[in-house]
Structures are given as C-alpha cells and as structure tokens.
Design a binder for this molecule. Structure first.
Ligand code: GNR
Ligand code: NI
Length: 170
C-alpha cells in the first residue's frame, strides 16, 4: 500500500483521457488499494486514477462519514434517467481551496465493473450521482471548473496562481 501524489491543476496530465481496463488483475487491485489509501489520507470522498497519474478508467469512492462504505467503479458509464439537474457545491482534490456550484443531472444509472471483474448496475441520486459524474469527468480530462462561466474561471485561475506564487515565497 502507498499514498500516491495527487496531480494539481493546471498539470496538463489532468487533461489525459483514461483507457479502458481490459482485465481486472493483481495490478488493478493494488492500484485500487493505493487509491483508497490516498483518498482517505487526502480526506476526499472520491478519487479518479487520472488524479494519481494513472490513465486507466478506475474510480474509488466512500461517501460515508466513518469510511465504512468503500465503492469501486471500473470502466464506469452513466445513463441519465432524468434531465432535471441539481446544484451542488463541488470541490476537487486536484484544485484545493476552490468550491463552486455545478449543475448536473440528479438521477442516473451507473454501469461499471467491480473488483472481481463482474459488471453491475446502480441507480444513483444525490451525492452519489454528483460524485460519479465528477469522477467520470476526470477520466475524460474534464474538471468541474470547466463548467463555470469564463469570468468565474478566470477569477479562480488568478486566485490559484497568486496562491502558488505566495507559497513560493513562504
Ligand atoms: O472530496 C471530494 N469532494 C467532492 C465534493 C463535491 C463534489 C465532488 C467531490 S469529489 C472530491 C474528491 C475529488 O476531487 N474527486 O475527484
Ligand atoms: Ni476531483
């Protein structure tokens, strides 16, 4: 097990498109274990492999308070069941300190492969629906700030570059 470094915006590797997992093997299992350890250490509720510079379609998640509900989604896809959107204040471990409201469909059907290589379906609403869409976006090289207006995005980029130049001094 290992805690892996998380790529931070604007690292260009966050824009890579992840490849499908062909077979779930020991290497996949060990990636999943490292991703859980990394997500828990970073106090996140989800993590896409892209964020740890592994460009494979693997997502881990735990939406529970006490870290008792680990979930794995390999090669995930969603079907929107209801076009109605819900606003949610999103954050991202790859963009620390930034929280903005994003609208996403609030009712989706997830299809994915589990740790044993078996396909499953899960209907999602609320936070699970938000989180799976946020994570699948990472696998496509998309970040939640991409959904904000040009003005909001430029303000965030300015703020982040100032934060970075400040930490260089301190
Ligand atoms: O820890 C996380 N919290 C969060 C809050 C609202 C919407 C999405 C998320 S996912 C994020 C972890 C992360 O960056 N996953 O990619
Ligand atoms: Ni994220």
């Amino acid at each position: 097990m290992a805690i892996l470094p998380i790529l931070k915006y604007p690292d260009p590797r966050l824009r890579n498109k992840a490849k499908e997992v062909q077979t779930v093997n020991k290497k996949t299992q060990s990636l999943i274990d490292d991703m859980f350890e990394t997500m828990i250490d970073a106090k996140g509720i989800g993590l896409a492999a892209t964020q740890v510079d592994v460009h494979k379609r693997v997502i881990v998640m735990d939406l529970s308070e006490d870290r008792s509900d680990p979930r794995i989604f390999i090669n995930p896809s969603i079907e929107v069941l209801d076009e109605t959107t819900q606003p949610y204040d999103e954050g991202c471990l790859s963009i620390p300190g930034v929280y903005e409201t994003v609208e996403r469909p609030n009712h989706v059907m997830i299809t994915a492969t589990d740790r044993n290589g078996d396909i499953f379906n899960e209907e999602a609403t609320g936070l699970l629906a938000v989180c799976i869409q946020h994570e699948i976006d990472h696998l496509e090289g998309i970040l939640f700030i991409d959904y904000l207006s040009k003005l909001k995005k430029s303000i965030i980029i300015k703020k982040l570059s100032k934060l970075k130049s400040n930490t260089a001094i301190l």
